[in-house]
Ligand binder design. Structure first.
Ligand code: BGC
Length: 466
């Protein structure tokens, strides 16, 4: 009997594991839209420019429509996710993305192209604000870090695939194919999400406890008591009604927002997208001007980004968020100092090129094991349930706003401060980030979402008591 019982328990644990991993992997595809769009525009722009005869301003517009759309999309995401559910928002993101991708592939004019790209941006904003929250709410605590990081893994795979697609279609200059193919992962996301369950935590929030229980029994082991306990804990954490934007000013939520929005901004102002968008340009500064080294630089950045993210996935739930953050941000800062140092003298030559390439790669690897995935993980787990969607949306909006600002100002900074000065500036921000993580980021590994909100409540109480 006992043996049969053990076998049944093992089978139910396996089934639950399969379902939860599948749910996280499908929702994580939301990151593909983000990554693909980030990566493809550099290749496509070269040909759009000549087809439509675009000047610098119009080119900037084509690029900028996505981040601006993403800020808007993230702004809507919070409200929509509370009213209609996290799953619904991801489905909407997939549909809007398909429309945007088709629109930009067939767009006959600059205006249609810009509108379509703004739609893509809105979809990316909706998905990036919501997919991590959805995964975080279905994941069991001991695997949450890894499962939410599927989102970042998809971002990095999206960037790499976009780069390869760009390479494949560049000889024929078919930029419409490059943009149109973005509809493929969006279609996969749509079909996948239609079969996925609602977030059990959202269901409890809207009073659908019975349905929440059904979902939990699909993604947890067959253990009535454990499921009842989880349900009771979710309900207990909801002492207050679903909150509005004003509730973000509540002291415990503010304490969590300092961490979420703080990391959102620091993830960008430490300069990752200067490398993702401008790696070939940075290599060219060292005196190399061959097209093939530019291609190699982007390709290596893409591959290292994916590989190091996989390493992070394996470590995040065992070593913890804080350890990875501290090690990774220290590595990013050191690499930026080395990169700046490579440009200090006037000489260019092989040694400078080698140091610059090695530090670029080390920087990307250090980002990918730390701020890359961990910002998205923390932004999905530090807020209380009644305001989680809105607060995560605020973090996402901050992230996209600073993504936009950094990409826009990088070349201006180079003009003003020189290469060495610019990378030293990012290194100084890296040092500040290290202090910020050490001082303010709590360890959330293995903790239930309901317990994480207690950390911030205690912080707020400690601050208000004399
Ligand atoms: C960041 C993006 C960045 C990407 C690179 C993401 O976590 O939010 O801005 O382009 O990582 O992998």
């Amino acid at each position: 009997m006992a043996a049969t019982g053990d076998a049944a328990a093992e089978a139910s644990a396996k089934r639950a594991q399969r379902n939860v991993v599948l749910t996280a992997a499908i929702a994580g595809l939301g990151g593909l839209l983000f990554g693909y769009d980030t990566g493809i525009i550099a290749s496509a722009l070269l040909f759009i420019r000549s087809d439509f005869g675009l000047g610098s301003f119009e080119q900037g517009l084509v690029v900028a429509c996505v981040p601006v759309g993403a800020i808007l999309g993230a702004a809507f995401a919070g409200q929509m996710a509370d009213r209609y559910g996290r799953r619904y928002v991801i489905i909407t993101a997939a549909i809007v993305f398909i429309v945007g991708a088709i629109g930009s592939a067939f767009g006959p004019s600059l205006a249609v192209l810009c509108i379509s790209r703004a739609l893509l941006g809105i979809a990316v904003g909706l998905a990036s604000a919501n997919a991590p929250v959805y995964i975080s709410e279905v994941a069991p605590p001991e695997e949450r870090g890894r499962l939410v990081s599927y989102f970042q893994l998809s971002v990095t795979v999206g960037i790499l695939v976009a780069y390869l697609v760009g390479l494949a279609f560049s000889p024929s200059e078919e930029w419409r194919w490059m943009l149109g193919l973005g509809a493929v992962p969006a279609l996969a996301l749509l079909i996948g999400m239609l079969r996925m369950p609602q977030s059990p935590r959202w269901l409890v929030m809207v009073g659908e406890d019975y349905k929440a229980r059904l979902v939990l029994s699909r993604i947890r082991r067959d253990d009535e008591k454990a499921i009842d306990k989880e349900l009771a804990e979710i309900k207990q954490s909801l002492e207050v009604e679903p909150g509005g934007w004003r509730d973000l000013l509540e002291p415990a939520v503010k304490a969590a927002l300092v961490v979420g929005v703080g990391l959102a901004i620091l993830q960008q102002v430490t300069g990752i997208n200067t490398v993702i968008y401008y790696a070939p340009t940075i290599i060219e500064y060292t005196g190399v001007s061959s097209g093939s080294s530019a291609i190699l630089a982007s390709l290596s950045v893409g591959v290292i980004n994916v590989i190091a993210t996989i390493v992070a996935l394996r470590l995040i739930d065992s070593k913890g968020r804080r350890t990875l953050l501290m090690v990774g941000v220290a590595g990013m800062t050191a690499s930026l100092v080395a990169l700046g140092g490579a440009f200090l003298g006037d000489e260019s030559g092989t040694l400078v090129t080698v140091i610059a390439i090695a530090s670029l790669m080390a920087y990307v690897a250090a980002f990918a094991i730390s701020l890359g995935p961990i910002f998205w993980v923390l932004n999905s787990e530090v807020y209380p349930l009644n305001v989680r969607s809105k607060a995560a949306a605020a973090g996402t909006m901050a992230n996209w706003t600073f993504n936009f600002i950094v990409s826009l100002t990088f070349l201006l900074l180079i003009d003003a401060l020189g290469q060495a000065g610019t990378f030293f500036l990012y290194a100084a921000i890296g040092l500040f980030t290290l202090w910020f993580c050490w001082k303010l980021v709590p360890e959330t590994k293995g903790k239930r979402l309901e317990d994480i909100q207690t950390i911030f409540r205690q912080r707020a109480e400690a601050r208000s008591s004399p």
